[in-house]
Design a protein around this ligand. Structure first.
Ligand SMILES: NC(=O)c1ccc[n+]([C@@H]2O[C@H](COP(=O)([O-])OP(=O)(O)OC[C@H]3O[C@@H](n4cnc5c(N)ncnc54)[C@H](O)[C@@H]3O)[C@@H](O)[C@H]2O)c1
Length: 341
């Protein structure tokens, strides 16, 4: 396949970033953009006079000159647009989350397989160099077995009305945890509250249980004074902090641990029988060659179109994330009851 021609549906806050990145790749050209709002199309035309624009997504989906469709519309519209694009023979990049139900995701995955098309989900963080470096620390065993992971993803806005903070922000964390641990969660308990809009949680605290007794916890909110993008990984041997806001040094590796010494001549079934010793070694800041995650993600999609193989964020991985978010939403409705996946 020569140059891959692309149509982008949705040119709101995020769509223009996808247009810019795909267009700056020599192996791809964005030839058409669609948005329901003519004001958004006017902006696109001002920036890219050579791109055709339309208010009708179908004009992209049914355009025989377009190889791949990129969907960057609100979550509630992903399924119908992605289904139509696959049925019209297009490779599809869908922004996260893939769809709003597990059934919808599974339908898309089956369609993509049966039509031999790529279904790719915009889980951008698995293409982030810092997140990829943390995976190496976890895989190499340097941290020892993982005890728990805690993520904070807060800011003041952007406030969504079609999905809650867990759908919007928590999908990033679940995609990161699944990528790091190489597994999907087993159970979840979540609580949250709706302050700005009825039935749309602005803040959610969700705790997932993964295999091997690993706990992960997510705090997401768009109603918070501070923009925080931090994840702490606590291992048996070492601990680590990833901070996406620290552009130069996103990872700090703490040579800290607690060992429980068990004196031989003491009864071990009492608290006094154990002696905890705290070890605090050096904190190191590894050099990470930073990348532009969105550019890496766009390149990965183009590669998947050329060489169909399982990518880091294919439809199956996108489905696992949606499964985890759907289960957490069920728990939210039941005020924190633990829900199995
Ligand atoms: N990967 C990331 O870091 C990241 C960041 C922001 C948003 N996103 C995702 O990108 C998607 C879009 O988010 P956003 O912040 O740009 O939302 P937005 O509301 O700012 O923009 C969505 C645009 O889609 C248009 N639209 C809606 N239905 C349409 C249709 N049927 N045909 C054509 N246009 C249509 C709207 O008019 C709007 O301009 C969401 O899925 C979101 O989760 C991802």
């Amino acid at each position: 396949m020569e140059e891959i021609t692309i149509g982008v549906i949705g040119a709101g806050r995020w769509g223009p970033n996808l247009i810019r990145n795909f267009n700056s790749d020599p192996r791809a050209t964005v030839i058409m953009v669609s948005d329901k709002l003519s004001a958004r199309l006017k902006l696109i035309k001002e920036r890219h006079s050579d791109i055709a624009v339309t208010e009708f997504a179908e004009e992209i989906i049914k355009n025989p000159k377009i190889d791949a469709v990129v969907i960057s519309t609100p979550t509630s519209t992903h399924f119908e647009l992605a289904k139509m694009a696959l049925q019209n023979g297009k490779h599809v990049f869908v922004e996260k989350p893939l769809a709003t139900t597990v059934d919808e995701c599974e339908t898309l995955v089956k369609l993509a397989v049966s039509l031999n098309r790529v279904l790719f989900v915009g889980h951008i963080f698995v293409y982030n160099a810092g997140i990829q470096a943390v995976k190496k620390y976890i895989q190499s065993g340097e941290l020892g077995s993982i005890h728990y992971i805690h993520s904070t993803r807060t800011n003041l806005g952007p406030i969504r009305t079609d999905v809650n903070a867990l759908w919007d922000l928590g999908t990033h964390d679940v995609s990161i945890f699944n990528y790091w641990l190489g597994e999907a969660p087993l159970k979840v308990s979540a609580i949250g509250n709706c302050f700005l809009n009825p039935k749309v949680e602005d803040v959610v605290f969700a705790t997932y249980s993964y295999p091997k007794n690993i706990l992960t916890n997510i705090h997401v909110s768009w109603l918070n004074p501070k923009k925080v993008r931090e994840i702490v990984v606590v291992g048996e041997k070492k601990m680590l902090m990833w901070d996406d806001m620290d552009i130069q040094n996103p990872i700090r590796l703490y040579d800290k641990k607690v060992t429980l010494d068990k004196p031989e001549d003491t009864m071990v079934d009492t608290f006094i029988g154990f002696r905890a010793s705290i070890y605090e070694g050096d904190t190191t800041i590894p050099k990470i060659s930073l990348n532009e995650p969105l550019a890496a993600e766009c390149t990965a999609f183009l590669k998947a179109v050329r060489e169909p193989s399982s990518s880091l964020s294919d439809g199956i991985k996108g489905t696992e994330v949606v499964k985890a978010i759907v289960a957490a939403n069920r728990s939210l409705i039941e005020r924190g009851r633990e829900v199995s996946l």
